[in-house]
Write a protein that binds this ligand. Structure first.
Ligand SMILES: Cc1ncc(COP(=O)(O)O)c(C=O)c1O
Length: 437
């Protein structure tokens, strides 16, 4: 059992050093925790171990990235093989071509692809590509949806009841000091409100370069985009020569062909990340050749020159090929069946506990909400202070009893898991709910 408040723990001691050299003691806001972050020493299969030797069954897996868990022997072998040959070059390698071919074969709307180093970078390049393609400045995104840390993609990310506006979602910056021009060039639409979103898009259609959509936006509650909403966006983009961008950095893991195949739409550009790098830093933008042409230097300077010292890094590409090859149709079916089991077990546990709660998500992704409100999108999923506190208590209860989920309540399954891990999660959540006031 973990006692996170132990100042003499090894994590506590490392934190004292770390806070001198890293603001908050880590390089990511998301890995900061009070009274101190947890520092890890290793991970194997579905478990991670911290520097105090405490093991956690990991349902967060680096925010859904580590779909094969830790130290998968096949990925490990591919990585070691490439490291021995050289970890980074100023030329491309065949692994890059192989990963591009593999992804193209899985996603119908992808003819060509470009690799980058993170989802943030890929979203940024997708937005820049949409602007280069259309010659227009603005981008539309859903209220509350997270698309990484690019200024334009962050607009309205943390809007709340005090400032989100009555009807049309307010354009609010998340980071202090963002130039006003950024807000002028972002249009915010409400997820799943077809009528209002369509009105807002229509009003800006002459200046819009792209509409950025995540069909299972975690920060908007992991509530699936409705078919009517996706249809409206697709029809609007086609009618107005606006680029439809599908951000599947997180939800590409929904199935063999990614989220578009599961939801039944085709985007113009698709942003990928997380699982396609086999546990190494990665991002990618793919799409029809017509849209990807803006990246192409064959006939001289492209409309959208994109570069990057580590773009298409051979170790990442080798790990990505190994990771994706392990994700067969059968493995996705198994993982998604487990996801369904997990959602159902947690729903049963919540109901039996008699606490307000529900579980959203699809495939191998799910999120626990301690509210009974019907969730249509960001505003309904936004927790009240009491709901936030209860979720926080549940999160800490689980952490102290050997199970890691994201503090938002989000969970993701990994291929080393089976029914036993789901049962353990359900049992711990059951106990955790019983401990709530
Ligand atoms: C939907 C979505 N887009 C973009 C990003 C940014 O990716 P990265 O953290 O690799 O920069 C994330 C990260 O969680 C994400 O969930």
């Amino acid at each position: 059992m973990r006692d996170v408040d132990r100042p003499n723990s090894r994590s506590g001691q490392i934190y004292q050093r770390a806070r001198q050299v890293l603001p908050g003691g880590t390089s990511r806001s998301s890995t900061y925790a009070s009274p101190h972050p947890i520092y890890l020493s290793s991970g194997h299969g579905a478990y991670i171990t911290d520097v105090d030797g405490i093991e956690l069954l990991d349902f967060a897996n680096n925010f859904t990235t580590m779909i094969h868990g830790y130290a998968n022997p096949i990925i490990e072998a591919a990585v070691i093989e490439q490291v021995k040959r050289g970890s980074s070059f100023g030329f491309a390698t065949e692994h890059e071509v192989e990963l591009a071919e593999l992804l193209r074969a899985r996603v119908e709307s992808i003819d060509q692809i470009r690799f980058m180093n993170s989802g943030t970078e890929a979203v940024m390049h997708a937005i820049r590509a949409a602007r280069a393609y259309t010659g227009r400045p603005k981008i539309a995104k859903c209220e509350g949806a997270f698309h990484g840390n690019y200024d334009y993609a962050e607009v309205s990310l943390e809007s709340g009841p005090d400032n989100w506006g009555d009807t049309q979602p307010a354009r609010l910056s998340t980071t202090k000091g963002v130039p006003a021009g950024v807000l002028d060039d972002v249009v915010v639409i409400p997820l799943n409100d077809v009528e209002l979103a369509s009105q807002v898009l229509e009003a800006s259609k002459d200046e819009l370069a792209g509409v950025l959509i995540d069909p299972l936006a975690n920060r908007a509650g992991m509530v699936p985009a409705t078919a009517a909403f996706l249809d409206m966006v697709r029809t609007f983009c086609t009618a107005n020569d606006v680029v439809m961008i599908s951000d599947e950095v997180l939800c590409f893991r929904l199935g063999f062909g990614g989220a578009q195949t599961e939801f039944g739409y085709q985007a113009d550009l698709t942003v990928l990340g997380k699982i396609i790098g086999g546990g190494f830093p990665v991002g990618a933008v793919g799409g029809r050749s017509e849209f990807m042409r803006v990246f192409d230097p064959t006939d001289g300077k492209p409309d959208m020159p994109q570069s990057g010292t580590f773009a298409g890094n051979p170790v990442t590409m080798a790990a990505g090929v190994a990771s994706m090859n392990l994700l067969t149709l059968e493995e996705f079916e198994r993982l998604n069946r487990l996801g369904e089991l997990a959602r159902n077990r947690l729903r049963d546990v919540i109901q039996a506990a008699g606490v307000p709660g529900q579980v959203t998500g699809l495939g191998s992704l799910f999120r626990i909400h301690l509210t009974e409100r019907t969730l249509h999108g960001y505003r309904d999923a936004y927790p009240t202070p009491e709901e936030r506190e209860n979720l926080n208590k549940l999160y800490h209860y689980l952490l102290e009893h050997g199970v890691l989920i994201a503090s938002s309540g989000m969970c993701a399954l990994t291929t080393p898991m089976c029914e036993a891990e789901i049962e353990l999660l359900a049992e711990r959540v059951d106990d955790g709910l019983a401990s709530l006031p």
